[in-house]
Design a protein around this ligand. Sequence first.
Ligand code: HEC
Length: 110
Amino acid sequence: MKKIIVGSLALGAALFLSGAAFAADGAAIYKSKCAACHGADGQGTAMAPAFKGSEYMKTAKDAEISEVITKGREGAAKKYKQFALGMPKQTLAEDEVKAVTDHLRTLAAK
Ligand code: HEC
């Protein structure tokens, strides 16, 4: 009996730890996939708009933001004339899109 309890505790701990290790890290995804265009702190660059203090971020719902991330915004869908190129669609898992969207909210609020 004792063995079973100890065993299941260990399994529980292992599952908990692996869950934590694999959870999508919004800040890391942002750094590797978005920062080059949107700026390390979401301040924007000559390539792409800022999130910090952005009107868009104040009004856009999470679902709209996720859609821009997964579908991109290029060609006729482009909104800003000052950026020569559009927003390329990103290949990310659903939990990664959510994590990076949450991170954009953090950047926008700073
Ligand atoms: C190659 C440069 C580039 C990369 C990389 C990039 N973006 Fe963009 N992004 C843009 C441009 C350009 C726009 C504006 C397009 C337009 O004119 O509507 C944009 C727009 C957006 C918008 C809408 C903002 C607004 O004010 O309407 C969101 C949200 C966004 N990007 C999120 C991301 C996220 C998250 C990533 C990383 C996973 C990312 N982008 C990576 C160039 C980029």
